[in-house]
Design a protein around this ligand. Structure first.
Ligand code: BTN
Length: 254
């Protein structure tokens, strides 16, 4: 409600004390003509959605919001939308004194534990993305004890990891400002490739032994690079390199 007027994303902004899922609301409203740049947020989500059909626990104190993007974007640039979002979050957190890392493709970690996840849901029209809802969830100002027991070994909150609370309106404004800048580049053909170096500098995944889940398949090897398309390059035991367009890094070793 107190969003500083710095970003052209975030107008209008729809705040509510509670929603099932800001992504679900944004997708529904998108179908009814909600304009580009709209943000749907909620203090609490009762049915927050994570990747891979998981639930996303979203208590009071977190940042739960979805950005509607209606901007011409070729389907093959779809991964850029989430990769650029992770960079926007990284930059905004850095501005607030949080030193974070990106885990490919778009998780944000602090001290090796996840504090932010991004869920992009797109509607395509032929070779083009018609619109995309970029859902961002940040475990900000609540203690890690409120996270489900099953994820406590790999997830935390800013409050618990850093010992301070985020100024949420300021962080939201910063994320939207950065996102706006990065997405404008996308419109002129400068997608992820143009910020890949910066993104890689913040990425913790490269150089590690990884296990990546792609649907039901598990790929094991060493993460060697992320290419201009945002794909993870994994060197397999036989020396071949596999290009993974999407997936989830389940485990990363040294
Ligand atoms: C992940 O599994 O890492 C993605 C989590 C995405 C959570 C955010 S919170 C705001 C938006 N609304 C949702 O229901 N999910 C996303």
């Amino acid at each position: 409600p107190h969003l500083p007027l710095t970003a052209s994303l975030g107008r209008p902004l729809f705040w509510a004390a509670e929603r099932a899922s800001t992504n679900v609301t944004a997708l529904e409203w998108a179908a009814q003509g909600l304009p580009h740049g709209s943000v749907v947020t909620a203090a609490v989500q009762t049915g927050g959605k994570g990747r891979r059909e998981r639930a996303w626990v979203s208590p009071q104190g977190g940042m739960w919001f979805s950005v509607l993007v209606r901007q011409p974007c070729a389907l093959h640039h779809a991964p850029d939308l989430t990769l650029l979002a992770s960079l926007a979050v990284w930059r905004a957190l850095a501005e607030s004194g949080v030193s974070a890392e990106i885990k490919w493709p778009n998780d944000i970690l602090v001290a090796g534990q996840k504090v932010c996840g991004i869920l992009a849901q797109m509607r395509a029209d032929g070779e083009w993305v018609d619109h995309a809802v970029i859902g961002i969830g940040i475990n900000a100002n609540f203690p890690a004890e409120q996270l489900p027991e099953e994820i406590r070994h790999r997830a935390t909150t800013i409050l618990s990891a850093c010992g301070f609370a985020l100024e949420r309106p300021r962080v939201l404004a910063a994320i939207l400002t950065e996102l706006d800048r990065l997405y404008r580049g996308l419109a002129t053909g400068e997608g992820f490739a143009s910020v890949r170096r910066e993104w890689l500098a913040h990425c913790q995944t490269i150089g590690r032994d990884v296990e990546v889940a792609i649907g039901n398949e598990i790929v094991r090897g060493k993460a060697v690079d992320v290419d201009d398309q945002g794909s993870l390059l994994v060197e397999l035991a036989d020396g071949n390199v596999r290009q993974l367009h999407s997936g989830e890094v389940l485990f990363s070793g040294s």
